[in-house]
Structures are given as C-alpha cells and as structure tokens.
Design a protein around this ligand. Structure first.
Ligand code: FAD
Length: 383
C-alpha cells in the first residue's frame, strides 16, 4: 500500500476541502439548529462529481477510485456529518448497489440522476422491531401478476423524506431468514408509501431521518434488484463498503476535533499563558492525534484492498469499529479542551460529539462489528 496520494487523488482531496470550507462549514451550526441542511447542497455535490464517485461514466458517474471516495467522504465528515451522510447513503448504499446489482434499465433510469444530485436515494433495511438482526425483517412483498405489493414499516431511514427512490428490502419467500429477502427500487411518490420525519435526534440533526410506511405499495416486477432471494446479499455487500464510508466520515470528525482543539488551546489562556502549554492539555491533544492517524490508516487499508481486488469485509469492520469509537473519544477529548465553552453550541465540540455518537450504532453497531470480526477469525458465528 502506497500512502502517497497520486496527483489526481490529491486534487480531488483539495477540491473537496475547498468545497467543504466554502459551502458547508459556514452553515453547519445553523443547519444543525434548523434541523435541516440546505437541500441545494445535493446538486452542488452532484455538480462536482462527488455523488458519482466510483460509478462508471457510461451511467453518469465520475469514475474514480475508492481512495478518492474515502478522501471526499473524510472532507465532508470533517465539515458536517449531516452532509457526509447524504452522500454515504445516496451514493454509497443506493447508487453503488444499483451499479453492482441492478438491471440495465435500473442503471439507466436511476444512476444518471443520483450521480448528478437530481435525485436522492435512501436505503430501507431497518424496521421498528428489527435492527441488528436484519435477516429477520418482516416487510413483505407479495407477487401479484406482473407486480409486487409491498407492506411493512422501515425505521430510521437516512434521507427518508428527501429521497426520490428507496432501495427497500422485503420478504418474498417463505423462508424466515436471509434467503427469503429480495430488494426493490421504489419511487418515493408511489401510492401507499408514506414518510414521517423523525425529530429530536441527538446528532445528525441536519439530516432527514424518517419512518417509511408501505401500505399496498405496488411496483412492477422489474423493480426487483438482483434475482429473487438475493436481497440480503445486496444489503450486506452495500453495508460492507458502506462501513468504509462511515469510517472515513469518522476520520473527518476526528480531524475536525484535532483542528479545533489545537486552535483553541493556543488561544485560551489560564494561569497566565495559553492552555496549550499545559502537559495534561497536550495529553488530550496527542490522544486525539493518535486516534486520527490510526483511524485514517485503517480506513485507507480498506480502499487499498478494494482497489487491489482483495477481500475487505473484515478490514471494513475493523476500520468502522475503530474509527467510530475513536471519533467519540476524540470529540469527548476536544470538548474537554474547550472546558465549559465546549458545552455551548457556539463552539464546535458539542456538535462533533453529538454527530459522532451515532457512528457506533448505525451500519452495524460496535457489538455487531466485533461479532463479524470474531466470526471471520474463528469461523464460528456467535450472534
Ligand atoms: P438493536 O439491534 O435493538 O440493538 C440494541 C443493542 O443490542 C445494541 O447495543 C446492539 O449492539 C446490541 N445487540 C444486538 N444484538 C446483539 C448481539 N447478537 N450480540 C451483542 N449485542 C447485540 N437503517 C437503515 O436501514 N437505513 C438507514 O439509512 C439508517 N439510517 C440511520 C440513521 C440514524 C440516525 C440511526 C440512529 C439509525 C439508522 N439506521 C438506518 C438504523 C441503524 O442501522 C440501526 O439503528 C442499527 O442497525 C441498530 O439496530 P437497533 O437500533 O434496532 O438496535
């Protein structure tokens, strides 16, 4: 693994950094208070090609490698996790799944719009009663002539009320486990689909998280993604790469914590000089710095494995587990450096901590990552 970025990768990193500094950072606190980022940000992400990274150009994507994807995701996570999450889901979980598993018609219908930011995707796996144990989801899709009729409820769906298309997972077979699950692309304006935004989140407040209720939602049989019964494979392959994206977002949070803590420690004076000169403050800062570096290297390793065609599922779980826990530690340490001001939302540390906290929960909790890593190493499933 070569840790030096190519000129193209360095350019895309700089492009993303400049964009985030100009278009995201100045608004992030206000969007957090308003519980909504400005929707115009989606088209801007599309115009720069960020929403098409790694998607083939023939379908409207911008190509590029997984390092570039990680670099852009990190920069967006550094600026505002709410914006980063829009990309991680619409591109990372939905567009990439369509590119990998979709029919030619599905690719031509959805990818150009998703990559341009003219449409937003959401990923409907979790249900009110089914989270970690996703293989036992209960949403049903019943065959009716040339169509399927979907009934069920999906919970905590990122981009839920913004989405133009939902990649939804539903049970088509009699089998109670993963073999009975199929995937469908459902246009969000299909009759019978209602969406309710969930308010009061601890963090990621700028992002639209929703409950989606499917009542007799009728879609043509051609809306199925991949063969019948392969839906769980679609979901798991999306999440395996998705964990790299979450990890990259966490590296961004951790880097933002480091930047903020160093800056504040140099400005804030106590006992007659900047607190940066106190050894215990330097300990907080160096702990953050070590976490940033370790999380970044683990995340880059996943991109490296993907690019070289090596297995990457366990590496992805390792990166997601470490980076998400590290982001929470870093934000907590940064808040400590800020003292009482860290507790006030005029300063960045509180939002970083609130946004970081969900990273150990979604796309597989830390406990689930440990079980995945343990299963890969021992060959024994201990779920
Ligand atoms: P549970 O599965 O009920 O877990 C509760 C606790 O039990 C956790 O600590 C868990 O680690 C532990 N636990 C469960 N099983 C085991 C076990 N076998 N061994 C040890 N411990 C265990 N889902 C989507 O489908 N699409 C989205 O876009 C999406 N976005 C989200 C956005 C936000 C802001 C949030 C909060 C969630 C989102 N989710 C989404 C859902 C998320 O993926 C789930 O919340 C997550 O998978 C955990 O499921 P759960 O909340 O039902 O917790």
């Amino acid at each position: 693994m070569d840790l030096a970025l190519s000129p193209e990768q360095a350019a895309v990193q700089q492009l993303a950094r400049d964009f985030a500094e100009r278009e995201v950072v100045p608004h992030a606190a206000a969007w957090d208070r308003a519980e909504s980022v400005d929707r115009g940000i989606v088209k801007k992400l599309g115009a720069l090609g960020f929403l098409g990274l790694t998607v083939p150009e023939e379908y409207g994507g911008s190509g590029g490698d997984h390092f570039s994807y990680v670099l852009v995701t990190e920069e967006l996570g550094r600026a505002d996790s709410a914006v980063r999450g829009i990309l991680s889901v619409s591109l990372g979980l939905v567009a990439k799944s369509i590119a990998a598993w979709g029919s030619e018609e599905q690719k031509r219908t959805w990818l150009p719009r998703l990559c341009a930011g003219e449409a937003v995707g959401s990923f409907g796996l979790t249900e009110p009663g089914v989270g970690s144990d996703a293989a036992h989801l209960t949403t049903r899709a019943r065959r009716d002539g040339d169509a399927y009729v979907i009934d069920g409820t999906k919970m905590f769906i990122t981009n839920g009320t913004w989405a133009d298309v939902v990649l939804v997972f539903a049970r088509t077979g009699a089998d109670p486990g993963h073999k009975g699950v199929s995937a469908f692309l459902v246009p969000a304006d299909t009759p019978g689909l209602t969406r309710r935004e969930i308010h009061g989140k601890l963090g990621l407040r700028g992002q639209a998280t929703a409950e989606l209720v499917f009542e007799g939602v009728r879609v043509p049989a051609s809306a199925m993604v991949a063969p019948e019964g392969k839906g769980f494979s679609v979901a798991m392959s999306a999440l395996t790469k998705g964990r790299m994206s979450v990890a990259a977002g966490c590296v961004g949070i951790a880097q933002a914590c480091l930047d903020a803590a160093v800056r504040y420690a140099g400005e804030r004076e106590q006992f007659g000089s900047p607190i940066a000169g106190r050894q215990l403050v330097q300990e907080l800062i160096s702990d953050i710095a070590v976490d940033v570096s370790a999380a970044r290297l683990l995340t880059w390793r996943v991109a490296d494995h993907i690019e070289r065609g090596l297995p990457f599922a366990t590496e992805s779980s390792v990166a997601k587990l470490f980076a998400s826990e590290a982001a929470v530690r870093c934000a907590n340490n940064a808040l400590q450096v800020f003292g009482g001001y860290g507790y006030i939302d005029e300063y960045p540390a509180g939002k970083l901590l609130r946004d970081a906290r969900v990273m150990t929960l979604y796309e597989g909790t830390s406990q689930i990552q440990k079980l995945l890593i343990g299963r890969a190493l021992t060959g024994v499933a201990a779920f």
